[in-house]
Design a protein around this ligand. Structure first.
Ligand SMILES: Nc1ncnc2c1ncn2[C@@H]1O[C@H](COP(=O)(O)OP(=O)(O)OP(=O)(O)O)[C@@H](O)[C@H]1O
Ligand SMILES: [Mg+2]
Length: 311
């Protein structure tokens, strides 16, 4: 059975024009891609490659010059569809004088939520992103990491089926990045489809099932990360606890059988893991719990662990 496509674009184009309608920038040049239900999809690309423009078209915030878009089975302009999407913009959109609690209550009211339900969701989301202690301080004074977590909570107020995150980890330190990645994985496991952009290749590698690489408005590569990065002609064994004599013996045995030289290497942990080990020993790395109202509205993702199982 074909998995339902949550996002599908065909021949998507966006040409920005100046005041006199003269074309200035061809930001997106005929993009075809799709995101399947339950997937964490990463969009990579250098500055100015058209990532944010593409997301804005998917959200109905920008009108495509040409091409087709289906989001959750409808056109992006459909307001019923907008109610099922959560969006974290690239630049902070939070009102600096509002507190996180007021911010979330405000967004809940935009969705026409009953007051009691809005209060409950706000409390649950604040707890989920670990901002209960700071719930009544103005957002303008928050660190980047805290502000990003408010933004994420805001994007979840309506229990979205599709979450669109434009550089969710931008400006965050490794602990903040890891926390956002953990949150994305938690949401993905509960069945939310996630489309995110990032410059940090390791972020995308850690959480995304599939990626698209954009360059100057066009798709240059697309697929499962494991497939894109696999070297089909190479194989690697990972063996722990061997003595150096055993390593030498095995190596010559394999070289004799394979008829070629065998490269030896000793796997190292990533700098990120090492950094987190060093600075997060004292419990500074939080573990997040899904907000109960989100658990109640979403299903659970079955089977394959996806990229998140690595974290
Ligand atoms: N409102 C606009 N008016 C005119 N040009 C625009 C507008 N928005 C974006 N552009 C141009 O479109 C191109 C793509 O921009 P976009 O913001 O989509 O890139 P991006 O991939 O998100 O980049 P970054 O990684 O820097 O966020 C750029 O050349 C940009 O200058
Ligand atoms: Mg952008």
């Amino acid at each position: 059975m074909e998995v339902e496509k949550v996002i599908e674009t065909r021949g998507l184009r966006k040409t920005f024009r100046d005041f006199w309608r003269r074309p200035t920038v061809e930001a997106v040049k005929g993009l075809d891609f799709s995101v399947r239900q339950g997937e964490v999809f990463g969009m990579l690309g250098p500055n100015g490659s058209g990532k944010s423009t593409t997301l804005k078209m998917l959200l109905g915030l920008l009108h495509p010059t040409k091409g087709e878009i289906r989001v959750l089975g409808a056109a992006p302009s459909d307001t019923r569809v907008k109610a099922r999407i959560g969006y974290l913009p690239e630049v902070s959109h939070l009102h600096p004088f509002l507190t996180p609690r007021e911010t979330l209550m405000y967004y809940a009211s935009l969705f026409g939520m009953a007051h009691g339900e809005a209060v409950r969701r706000t409390a649950e989301l604040l707890s989920m992103v670990d901002l209960t202690q700071a719930a009544d301080r103005a957002v303008g004074r928050f660190s980047k990491g805290m502000a990003r977590r408010v933004g994420l909570a805001q994007a979840l107020v309506n229990a979205p089926e599709l979450l669109i995150l434009d550089e969710p980890t931008s400006g965050l330190d490794p602990i903040g990045c890891r926390e956002v990645k953990d949150l994305v994985c938690l949401l993905a496991k509960s069945g939310v489809t996630v489309l995110m952009t990032s410059h940090l290749l390791s972020d995308v590698e850690d959480v995304c099932d599939r990626v698209a690489i954009l360059d100057r408005g066009a798709l240059r590569a697309e697929g499962k990360i494991a497939d894109l990065l696999r070297k089909p002609e190479a194989v690697r064994f990972l063996i722990e606890g061997l003595s150096s004599e055993a390593v030498a013996a095995l190596r010559s045995e394999i070289e004799e059988r394979a008829g070629c030289r065998v490269q030896l290497d000793y796997p190292a942990m990533s700098l990120e893991s090492f950094f987190l080990q060093v600075v997060a020993q004292d419990g500074r790395l939080r573990t997040f719990e899904m907000a109960p109202f989100l658990r109640a509205t979403q299903g659970t993702r079955e089977g394959e662990g996806g990229a998140c199982s690595k974290l």
